[in-house]
Design a protein around this ligand. Sequence first.
Ligand code: BEZ
Ligand code: FE
Length: 351
Amino acid sequence: MAAEAPVNAAVGNGVPPPPFELPYPEKAETITSNVLKLANLVPNERFKFITKNLLTHLHQFVSETRCSSVSSYHQLADINPACISITTEEWMTAIQFLTRTGQTCSPIRQEFILFSDVLGVSALVDALNNPAVNGATESSVLGPFFTEDAPDVAEGGSIASEGKGDYMYVEGRILSTDGTPIPNAIIETWETDGHGNYDVQYAGREKADCRGRLRSGPDGKYTYRAVVPVAYPIPGDGPVGELLVALGRHNMRPNHLHLMVEAPGHQKLVTSLYPEGDEWLASDAVFGVKKSLVVPLKEVNDDEEAKKRGFPKGGSFKLLTRDIVLVPTEESKRAREDFAVHRAKNAAAAL
Ligand code: BEZ
Ligand code: FE
């Protein structure tokens, strides 16, 4: 009777051994050079470039992360050798952190994005890929609270159900960089309620609240009723929350109104507006605030005006007025290319 094949038969992935010799790693440096030589086999050029750069920095980080007490080479002779690189225990702590980060992810929670956010990497990738274009509205982080189920809201309609917070009226125009109004742009907008919670943070959420989808009018105008958003903590009950505590950092975001605007022939914009005066503006936990996105909220203390604008209880409301300026696709592509060249020139000049 033929022997049954073992469940985990010793079959590799079909890739042959490398067509060159790799020296046995007698020294730590040889491990790095062997790994980099193997990276030369990556078939896709861009992926090869990214892989080599990542491995170079990662190996350098591991081998050169010394005790903070070692500030100069002449001190090296006096120190504990275990202290001249990342220790085995430190690397295991990092692996356990990443493991818990993955385990915390679920269909409704993305702890890795949060990790990228608090490290400033999300904001950095955004800044490098969406350079500011003269006069255009700048971008800001998307965050994890956008949902696809926002209801369509008519001009002047409300994105928040009654009682969700203090009244705020939002108005402005969607424009192109040359000042031309953009009609029919799709505006997705979402925010916290007056308790600093997004609707998805409530157990048993049945429908969307404090979010809506609008279209700009023929003159580019958009107007809607909302509530004054409230500063809130980003999720603090997972590994990223623990990390912030270990780093001695708070986990607050200043209050803000999210906007995502799309119009044909223009670069999609993901941004937020940050009402001025919030105590967390200058130290946003996820580095999303840009000066140009800080907006005044005007207090309108006029019962009649509040009722005219559709606020059922009347009284007073806050007025947020802001035009949103989109960049035509071609202009945005050119700006990205110019920015890349500018950065490359600066990097070359610094060598
Ligand atoms: C937010 O603004 O919704 C957000 C952004 C990044 C991380 C957490 C929340
Ligand atoms: Fe937010």
